[in-house]
Design a protein around this ligand. Structure first.
Ligand code: BTN
Length: 259
């Protein structure tokens, strides 16, 4: 019997197997609940919440989580070695791009390494974490937040929502169902055939590919260069405008022009 008063079992969406939907009302963060469930031995589930009180983004940044947006954490055990799991942020980005292209006919751009961009502003983000299961195997927790109805205010970057840009308010259920359908197809191809095809799908939607961009990493000063590619490991390839030499960037953030 489910005793958690925040659990909304009756609102669960029927998802393509093997995924099970665990819908919640107001919780701290879908990442936290998913971690608890995984550590208790549950598998192949996706936790959603209407509201998150302590939603978090990459690098411990807060993630504004009012009711009306999409907040989900998917628990998976990919059939590939852990060293490839960083590629999942590209896979999830493409799954969302395909989702919104299908639902709204609306072209989403993907900002390296894991932001969703609509009309040059951030409309969603991806947070990838790992968790150790009771049997000592590892699993991945794929957190995704998408601004369906509301964009946060006073962010250090331009932010927007699907409602603001398209006038359409999508439901969590329709996004969830489509996202997992696309994700499942992409997962199958990634597990069987590797990163090549996925990389091309991501590059087709890459935000500011071929343009001069700024980037910052945790350790270094902001730098600029031409964004020419992502390589076979998903690293950003920046080319110096003058020397034409390229640098391979493992971590960090592509900046918005006004940053
Ligand atoms: C980022 O752009 O920094 C990533 C944002 C990820 C936010 C989602 S919302 C659902 C899940 N729960 C969280 O607390 N964070 C992720």
């Amino acid at each position: 019997m489910i005793r958690d008063p925040a659990f909304l079992g009756e609102e669960a969406v029927i998802l393509p197997p093997p995924f099970v939907h665990l819908p919640y009302n107001e919780i701290s963060s879908t990442q936290d609940i998913a971690r608890e469930k995984a550590q208790a031995g549950d598998q192949n589930f996706i936790v959603t919440a209407k509201v998150q009180k302590l939603g978090r983004g990459r690098l411990g940044r807060p993630w504004s989580s009012p009711e009306g947006n999409f907040y989900a954490t998917l628990m998976l055990q990919p059939q590939k070695s852990l060293r490839y799991w960083a590629e999942l942020s590209f896979l999830v980005g493409v799954a969302f791009a395909e989702t919104f292209e299908g639902l709204l006919g609306c072209p989403l751009k993907l900002k390296w390494p894991n932001d969703l961009i609509l009309n040059d502003a951030k409309c969603g983000g991806i947070l990838i974490e790992t968790v150790e299961l009771p049997n000592k195997e590892m699993a991945v927790l794929i957190g995704t937040g998408v601004n369906l109805s509301f964009a946060p205010e006073n962010t250090p970057y331009p932010a927007t929502s699907f409602a603001a840009e398209t006038g359409t308010i999508l439901t969590v259920s329709e996004v969830l169902e489509s996202y997992l359908r696309h994700l499942q197809t992409l997962l199958q191809s990634w597990e069987q055939d590797g990163f090549d095809e996925l990389r091309l799908k991501w590059l087709k939607r890459a935000w500011r590919l071929g343009e001069k961009i700024g980037y910052k990493s945790a350790q270094e000063e902001n730098q600029t260069g031409i964004f020419v590619d992502i390589d076979q490991q998903g690293c950003l390839i920046l080319q110096d405008q003058h020397s034409k030499l390229t640098t391979r960037i493992l971590t960090g953030d592509v900046l918005f022009p006004e940053d």
